[in-house]
Design a protein. Structure first.
Length: 280
């Protein structure tokens, strides 16, 4: 086992980031340990504030972003913290030594030890109460013995904290059609920054759009433009309203089947259909 060679500049960075509040806080106040500007690899940040946390999220890969979409969609997920640090560093160093594996370093075999981060620290609402779970995201073709050693450190760290639910998520676990649909309507969850859209408009237009989508055999884009003209709205308004209704689960569709705007949309609205039954 290599000696625990420390690096003053790394220690100073850790202290500085802790002072900045990184890896701390909850909800809108949480600050990820790593931000996209901190790593050389291509990273991603959400275009708009997260649905659940109301803050911008930072991801180090498109796979992390894709898994994030599944968390946003789940009604059981209460809190999402990405790039969550395993601190103090001394704890993971001790675990690595006990397991007989090399602790991750900043760069190369001789670089300073670095703070390990979990891709997702998640808080769930379950039938038995609030539960914390950890998810690490990795493509299948990136898995090797060294990665598994790092995962062992991570799992042991959380086990010592009483958190047993640690799992690995690969690209094979994430439904591609669902991800494409989420990416299509993700930024339509709210009407923020939509000066021509308000809830009064949505509430008045939605029933008419719903009936049109159900009865008119038109592609969604064509139908939306038709009703933009009928309502005297800016082009794109009705399509945004459709996305808003889907993102907020007011309208439901088969989320695992690709939504193709050039084709008719298959939807159902339980409240609308119940109202129709009452009127019959």
């Amino acid at each position: 086992m290599a000696k625990r060679k420390r690096n003053n500049s790394t220690e100073e960075k850790i202290k500085r980031w802790i002072k900045e509040g990184r890896g701390q806080g909850e909800g809108i106040d949480y600050k990820p340990w790593l931000k996209i500007q901190d790593v050389p690899s291509k990273g991603y940040s959400t275009r708009d504030r997260g649905w659940k946390t109301k803050r911008i999220h930072h991801f180090l890969s498109d796979l992390e972003l894709n898994y994030f979409y599944t968390l946003e969609w789940s009604s059981n997920v209460v809190e999402i913290r990405e790039q969550y640090p395993l601190l103090p560093l001394e704890k993971t160093l001790a675990i690595a030594e006990e397991l007989g594996v090399e602790h991750p370093r900043e760069s190369g075999a001789n670089g300073p030890f670095k703070v390990i981060t979990s891709d997702f620290f998640i808080v769930l609402r379950t039938e038995s109460g609030i539960k914390t779970c950890i998810r690490t995201i990795k493509p299948v073709d990136h898995l090797d013995v060294r990665e598994l050693e790092k995962f062992d450190i991570e799992k042991r760290f959380y086990k010592d904290l009483g958190i047993e639910d640690w799992k690995l998520v690969t690209d094979q676990n994430i439904p591609s059609n669902f991800i494409k649909n989420m990416d299509w309507f993700y930024d339509c969850k709210t009407i923020d920054n939509r000066p021509n859209i308000n809830m009064e408009l949505i509430n008045s237009v939605a029933p008419v759009l719903y009936k049109a989508v159900k009865t008119e055999n038109l592609g969604l884009s064509t139908l939306s433009l038709k009703y933009d003209d009928l309502f005297g709205l800016n082009q794109g308004s009705c399509l945004f309203i459709v996305k808003y209704l889907l993102a907020n689960k007011i309208w439901e569709t088969n989320i695992n089947a690709i939504i193709n705007p050039s084709k008719p949309l298959e939807i159902y609205d339980l409240k609308a259909e119940a109202h129709e039954l009452l009127e019959e």
